[in-house]
Design a protein around this ligand. Structure first.
Ligand code: FES
Length: 157
């Protein structure tokens, strides 16, 4: 008959080692599960909104053109309404400048009409037009994440 070695609390060395092994296994299992949860969650991050304020309609008198420099968007106002055209060249992404015929890209010479159609240079497609909408408080927004067909305007009421 074997004789168990017990301490003063009555826990044998075998019991202690068994508990220690169980504790180590439990901690390891929890760590592995926590690590694997990282793979269950998709690595998808919410994209930053591309919507930005452009102020009130009275800030855009008929015939005005404003460039939102930090957003690379031109805001035009004509007799019908407002419209937003991207200032980003569709060739390689340089910033276009207004010209007598519309827009000119300084990088490789692409030329666009006032509506953004390509009339020269390597640009593969027209400049993008973006959605403009008005909130209930009258503030106008451009959403450069939403393109609209060329000619789409936010109509004056
Ligand atoms: S980036 Fe505009 S023409 Fe090349």
């Amino acid at each position: 008959m074997s004789k168990k070695c017990r301490d003063k609390d009555g826990v044998s060395r075998r019991d202690f080692l068994g508990l220690a092994a169980f504790g180590a296994a439990t901690v390891g299992t929890i760590g592995a599960l926590a690590g694997s949860l990282r793979f269950v969650k998709a690595d998808v991050y919410a994209e930053e909104s591309k919507k930005f304020k452009i102020g009130k309609i009275e800030n855009y008198p008929q015939g005005s053109v404003k460039k939102m420099d930090e957003k690379n968007v031109f805001i035009f106002s004509d007799e019908k309404g407002l419209y937003a055209i991207s200032a980003i060249c569709t060739h390689l992404g340089c910033i276009v400048h207004p010209s007598e015929y519309g827009f000119q890209c300084p990088c490789h010479g692409s030329q666009y009409t006032h509506d953004g159609d390509v009339i020269g240079g390597p640009a593969p497609r027209p400049l993008e037009w973006f959605e403009i909408h008005q909130e209930v408080d009258g503030t106008l927004f451009v959403d450069s994440g939403k393109t609209v067909p060329q000619g789409t305007k936010y109509l004056f009421a």
